[in-house]
Design a protein. Structure first.
Length: 189
């Protein structure tokens, strides 16, 4: 699509480049928490347990424990939004935390919040780096003031999960392209 001009309209490519997360958080029955802790020697082994579980049919996959939160996207504090014109020239570049946004805050779960039954809370954070949300707009006059980010926050982590231009969410023509840089697991009981 890059390079296509349509009468007086131009095609613009919008994407975010930088660091991001896939974050999940959910509640687990204490029986499941006990099974996990019986299979590991120490809390330091939790990361390896959940990485191995992705390849296993009889272990709990971390990305399935997401009844409270599950988002993949750019870290609003450590990524940059780019806009390229039809010729591939960057016409706008700005850190995501400086772009207007709509933020939805999700309260974190804590085991002590559940009075009727004992539960564990699993929070997994895969840190990622790459290109997020590549989409295209076709417009006569590109105006960066019409860009808005949708952000979801859990604790101190804010994830950009979509880009909006002139009130419409971009349709993403290219998948998120990223590599994993770290994996963090918290299992509170």
């Amino acid at each position: 699509m890059n390079g296509i001009l349509n009468n007086n309209r131009s095609m613009y490519k919008i994407y975010i480049l930088g660091n991001g997360f896939e974050i999940t958080q959910g509640a687990l029955p204490m029986e499941t928490v006990d099974v996990i802790y019986n299979e590991i020697e120490s809390e330091a082994d939790l990361v390896e347990y959940f990485i191995d579980a992705v390849q296993s049919d009889d272990k709990l996959n971390w990305f399935d424990v997401d009844d409270n939160f599950h988002k993949v996207g750019a870290d609003i504090d450590d990524s940059i939004l780019y806009v390229e014109d039809a010729y591939g020239v960057v016409v706008f570049k700005k850190p995501c935390d400086e772009i207007k946004n709509h933020t939805t805050i999700t309260e974190e779960l804590y085991p002590e919040d559940f009075k009727l039954e004992l539960i564990g809370v699993l929070t997994c954070i895969e840190k990622i780096k790459g290109t997020f949300f590549t989409g295209y707009i076709d417009t006569e006059d590109f105006n960066p003031a019409n860009i808005k980010l949708h952000v979801d926050t859990l604790g101190d982590m804010s994830v950009v999960h979509s880009i909006v231009y002139e009130g419409k969410e971009l349709l993403y023509k290219e998948m998120i392209d990223y590599i994993s840089t770290d994996f963090i697991v918290y299992l509170d009981k």
